[in-house]
Design a protein around this ligand. Structure first.
Ligand code: IFM
Length: 441
């Protein structure tokens, strides 16, 4: 059963999350070209070559979307700022329309009694910076720091919280090793450089925001529960390696000032020069840590060069992403992160949700599987709280059905159904269920 607000500690916050490129409509308001525009325009990268040109047209329809958040009894809205909307060339002249957009959005949230939680970067790198090597180029830390200063000088005074980079693993590994996301590289040197430069950019942005006097600064990381596919020591080692580069690498860099040995076995020859000297920046103190959690993976050894392993299909019920549903993994990560890295620092579940086979029938969407998924994960979060984890909030991914990157628009994660032709929004059964669960008192 879906727990209610009363089942969580007083002051626990409920939110919904989105990101700029996935909902705004990138052709509106003078935004510059991003590497997702060019990646999507290249055959074979994205289902039906779909892109973020229109998305949910949140750029124009944001007041209605913020009304949905307020009426859904959410406390916080986690959104991201598009670098290319603010700085169309990635550096240099700012786009006044872009700055005005985020200014209006933040004021609109505050007017509705909602807390604005900003993420600076959720993956749409300005194309001119991609031309210069993007995340492979060490200079990106400085470019990102400059972008941080421009946007936060405008909205930083009214934010409830801010985080630099959504899911560093996706920026580094998924995009440069697996090639599934822009820029679509499959190269270990590019990956090692990108994973380290993401950390350097993270720390640089935290420093810039501290210098601006901003408070409540955190980092948002994604986690997948890696289990050995069988009982062999080889499978155990394969799963441990997956866990190390997926779940430990970034937290270890920030909280321990070093990267996991298992990862360095593969990365060492490919790291950027003098990378060991960057931890003073990377370790900038944080006020909270956010965990994005969706699934587990079964990992088996595989022939070939490092990391020499593969995912194998598991037996559990799956979402429309073919992701196994494994709520216990959320409890595991909340307790692991607090125990091994963050101690008493507040934690948030900054993303959790599922893509379903949702259909609009007679003006309604009956997405009971999503309600069940959210109930199971909210209860898993309660289990962590019962074990003493300082978990202070939970955000559902996502408010709206939106652009699911290389899978285009067919994977529906929203609490609110989108008709991508008419752009009509229809709250699903899950929205109504959460609305009732999150009602005050
Ligand atoms: O849609 C994405 C989001 O951009 C980042 N976290 C995972 C979501 C679902 O795949």
């Amino acid at each position: 059963m879906l727990p209610t607000r009363a089942d969580f500690p007083p002051g626990f916050l409920f939110g919904a999350a989105t990101s700029s490129y996935q909902i705004e409509g990138h052709t509106f308001g003078g935004a510059g070209v991003t590497h997702w525009d060019t990646f999507a325009a290249t055959p074979g990268n994205v289902v039906r070559a779909e892109n973020g040109d229109t998305a949910c047209d949140h750029y124009h329809r944001w007041p209605a979307d913020l009304d949905l958040l307020r009426d859904g009894n959410f406390d916080v809205y986690r959104f991201s700022t598009s670098w290319a909307r603010v700085l169309p060339e990635g550096r240099g002249a700012a786009n006044p329309e872009g700055l005005d957009f985020y200014d209006r959005l933040v004021d609109g949230l505050l007017e509705r009694g909602l807390k604005p939680a900003a993420t600076l970067y959720h993956w749409e790198l300005p194309a001119p910076l991609a031309d210069l090597g993007g995340w492979r180029n060490r200079d990106i830390a400085g470019w990102f720091g400059d972008f941080t200063e421009v946007i936060m000088r405008r909205i930083g005074d009214r934010l409830w919280s801010a985080a630099p980079i959504n899911e560093p693993w996706c920026v580094g590994w998924l995009s440069h090793f697996l090639g599934h996301h822009a820029p679509g590289l499959r190269d270990i040197r590019a990956t090692a450089h990108a994973m380290h430069h993401v950390m350097l950019a993270h720390g640089t942005a935290i420093g810039v925001m501290r210098d601006l006097g901003m408070k409540n600064l955190g980092g948002v990381f994604n986690f997948e529960y890696a289990q050995p596919a069988d009982d062999t020591p080889e499978a155990a080692r394969a799963a441990a390696l997956y866990d190390a580069y997926y779940n430990q690498f970034f937290l270890s860099g920030i909280f321990k000032g070093r990267y996991p040995d298992l990862v360095m076995e593969g990365f060492a020859p490919h790291m950027p020069k003098n990378w060991q000297d960057d931890f003073a920046v990377i370790q900038a103190p944080l006020d909270w840590v956010g965990l994005n959690y969706y699934t587990r993976k079964l990992i088996a050894p595989a022939p070939g060069p490092w990391p020499a392993h593969q995912e194998v299909p598991g037996p559990l019920p799956k979402t429309a992403m073919e992701w196994e549903i494994y709520p216990q993994g959320l409890t595991h990560f909340l307790t692991m992160v607090a125990r091994d890295y963050t101690g008493t620092l507040p934690l948030y579940v900054t993303e959790n949700g599922m893509a379903g086979y949702d259909e609009l029938v007679a003006g309604a969407v009956d997405d009971q599987p999503r309600i069940d998924y959210l109930a199971a994960h909210l209860n898993a979060a309660r289990d962590a709280i019962a074990q003493g984890v300082p978990l202070n909030g939970y955000f559902t991914w996502s408010l709206l059905d939106n652009y699911e990157w290389s899978l285009g628009y067919e994977k529906r994660f929203g609490l609110v159904h989108m008709d991508f032709d008419s752009l009509q929004r229809t709250p699903k059964a899950s929205y109504h269920a959460l609305r009732a669960a999150f009602a005050q008192g």
